[in-house]
Design a protein around this ligand. Structure first.
Ligand code: ADP
Ligand code: MG
Length: 346
């Protein structure tokens, strides 16, 4: 088999590398007046701007043993776009900064950027700049995303009201089960390198972990149906933690109905196989990048037209607390566990 080509970064130098990775950048928006190539990008804002950033650190947020570089580039953009959508805004520009050690070849960095460019194309965002630096060991990727929306349509997380309905897009817990499976297979491999890694039949959960999507379609649905959620947040740390943020910041309580929490069959079955209660995957899993939002009760029929939105609960007075109403008919306090708590269990 032919060995993959490896060009050392030192042979190109910083500017050579930047030139290589920023080739063929297409700009979609007239608001992107100047992209890569000057000291700063120039953006002609048409509406109110929202700006967000997320940093991904090797060994903390991703493991290159089972994360393809192209997927990593893609995901690093998606997690930021998800935050922009969670404000009910439309992402328009991103900046991508990377810190890389000489462990990585020019080809490896190009693969990361293939993923970045794919996400830009799919979500119609312009890569307008970034920064490139050496690091001693690990790989770090930082993305800044800029979006826009009319001031009155921007949705925050602190504005849920008693009587509103709590909704979520898609299904939950799959990315967590994907991660659990990848980590198990990594362990199998480390213990017995001759053993073969078996991910067959798990495309759905593994895909949700390695190549998540952001819910652009849900924001477009809101615009088409003249829905403005009363509050919104994206599900990055697990449903329980996001519900707690929303309720605390809005100073309200809530009842979450276990029966209505959407969990895909693949997630459900894999959780049982691993001895995890499926509802805990949804509550504490994280990295779903679905949208959790509240709507006024009169918007119920509008929201019901979307096949992929579930009404999972109701906003209550703060004195009633934040509760899970179980399938068995019991009430439990929802505590903000976050996804690390699940990992610590096993
Ligand atoms: P400066 O010295 O002014 O920081 P740089 O040489 O770092 O400029 O960058 C030159 C141009 O390339 C700038 O427009 C910058 O935004 C862009 N750029 C640098 N690194 C990256 C990167 N990793 N991804 C995208 N654009 C980049
Ligand atoms: Mg720079």
């Amino acid at each position: 088999m032919e060995k993959a080509k490896r060009t050392e970064i030192s042979s190109l130098g910083e500017f050579g590398l930047i030139d290589r990775i920023t080739q063929n950048i297409e700009l979609h928006h007239t608001s992107s007046i100047k992209g890569i190539g000057d000291d700063a990008a120039i953006i002609e804002a048409e509406k109110t701007q929202v700006v967000t950033t997320d940093i991904l650190v090797e060994g903390i947020h991703f493991d290159l043993v089972y994360t393809p570089l192209k997927h990593l580039g893609y995901k690093s953009v998606i997690v930021n776009l998800s935050d922009v959508y969670a404000m009910n805004a439309i992402p328009k520009q991103i900046l991508v900064s990377i810190a890389i050690s000489n462990r990585f070849s020019v080809e490896a960095i190009e693969e990361i950027y293939e993923g970045v460019k794919l996400a830009c194309k799919k979500y119609k965002v312009d890569l307008v700049g970034g920064d490139t630096t050496a690091s001693q060991k690990g790989l770090i990727i930082n993305v800044v995303a800029i979006g826009e929306q009319e001031r009155t349509k921007i949705v925050q997380r602190n504005t849920a009201k008693e009587g509103d309905l709590l909704c979520v897009s898609g299904d939950l817990g799959a990315a967590y089960m994907g991660l659990t499976l990848l980590q198990r297979e990594k362990q199998v491999f480390l213990n017995a390198p001759e053993a073969s890694i078996d991910l067959a039949g798990n495309d759905f959960i593994v895909g949700k972990q390695l190549k998540p999507e952001a819910r652009k379609d849900v924001i477009e649905f809101f615009a088409e149906h003249q829905i403005i959620p009363t509050s919104m947040i994206d599900v990055s740390d697990g449903l329980s933690s996001e519900i707690m943020h929303l309720c605390k910041q809005s100073n309200v309580g809530c009842q979450l109905n276990e029966e209505h929490v959407p969990i895909a069959e693949e997630t459900y079955n894999k959780a049982l196989e691993f001895g995890i209660d499926p509802i805990n995957c949804a509550l504490s899993g994280g990295e779903d990048y679905e949208l959790l939002f509240t709507i006024a009760a009169e918007d119920r029929t509008k929201v019901k037209q979307h096949p992929d939105i579930s009404i999972i609960g109701e906003i209550l007075d703060a004195n009633l607390g934040v509760k899970l109403f179980t399938k068995g008919g019991n009430y439990h306090d929802i505590i903000s566990l976050g996804w690390n708590s699940l990992k610590d269990e096993d």
